[in-house]
Design a protein around this ligand. Sequence first.
Ligand SMILES: *Cc1c(COP(=O)(O)O)cnc(C)c1O
Length: 394
Amino acid sequence: MSDTAKTPHPRLGEPFLLTPGPLTTSYEVKQAMLRDWGSWDDEFRAMTVDLRKRLLALTGDSKGLLDCVPIQGSGTFAVEAMLGTFVPKDGHVLVLANGAYGKRGAETVTRIGRGLTLIDKGDYMPPRGDEVAAALAADPSITHVLAIHCETSSGILNPVQEIADATHAAGRILLIDSMSAFGAVELNYDDVKYLAMVSSANKCIEGVPGFGFVIARKTALEAAKGNCHSLSLDMYEQWATMNKTGQWRFTPPTHVVAAFLVALKAHEAEGGVTGRGARYTKNRDVMVAGMRELGFETLLQDRWLSPIIVTFFCPADDKFDFSQFYDLMKAKGFIIYPGKLTIVDSFRIGCIGQMDEHIMRRVVAAAKETLADMGVASAAPPEIALIERAKLAA
Ligand SMILES: *Cc1c(COP(=O)(O)O)cnc(C)c1O
């Protein structure tokens, strides 16, 4: 064991992950995995109960209408489990896509044989309430709407309240992929009435990867028996078994659960969703201001920036090369993320994980040094990037 591993908050010399999960976790979270648990044992069963209760406490559900069901696998497994469990076999889902995760949701709906209508807004334009209302009015066979809360591929915070209002006004059912937002961005059940939403262990709660969780109306869980196309992704069965025996239906990721409980306690100690959201917002503000000072431009106007991850245009300067920029940033201790825009080159910097504004200042300093190392005189993007950006008004 190295010396640093004995100190309370070491970074273990690892680079910071400025990525949207897996992300940089605390030493305490990692340490919680240094013990083995029996999945049927009372102690582990109590941990599952605690985990479900703590997650429910973050929903703002004042009437106790919701329940929380964890499910093994990465976040995508939980999305597929939600769609397969709550959309009946003859259901029809309107998927609101503006990036990779929306498209993945649409692909899932098709793959599990449910009806699909897709509103695809391209790389980042937000789906708006009036478009949702129009699509629902045009096709009475649509039963459900799937919205992406924070579309992590551009970092845009989609207007879920507006989408929820349009969905309810049309008498349809809302499902939310809040994977990268839950725990840091307010999603109050008393305001945004969803049938179910999903998130996972390795995003804003700052656990390690290994499971996701669905938060759903109890009445919807009760009604979902027999819907699911999949044995292992059936949230009704997982819920019913968990309530009856206290166990997960199949081998749970015990170490990941233990780590997640430590992460949940730290989340609470930080002030819950408000406290966590405030730190991430500060991270973003400090980082974005610093990057703009270097000449970088964000894809999105401030109104649409999430406190989760930010897309920057690559500089127009010939000397700029993303893979070199990535390697040099990594050598300075920071792992950044490539961009996902189809029209112009971009990269992303995440604001979530065990990092604060001091770390974000170091990120900006590293970017400044890296530009100098590469001989890049200006971080300004090509003109086409700014033309593209102008399509989305503030
Ligand atoms: C991370 C993420 C997912 C799930 O991705 P996995 O790689 O399966 O964990 C789904 N939706 C959004 C918006 C995400 O950010």
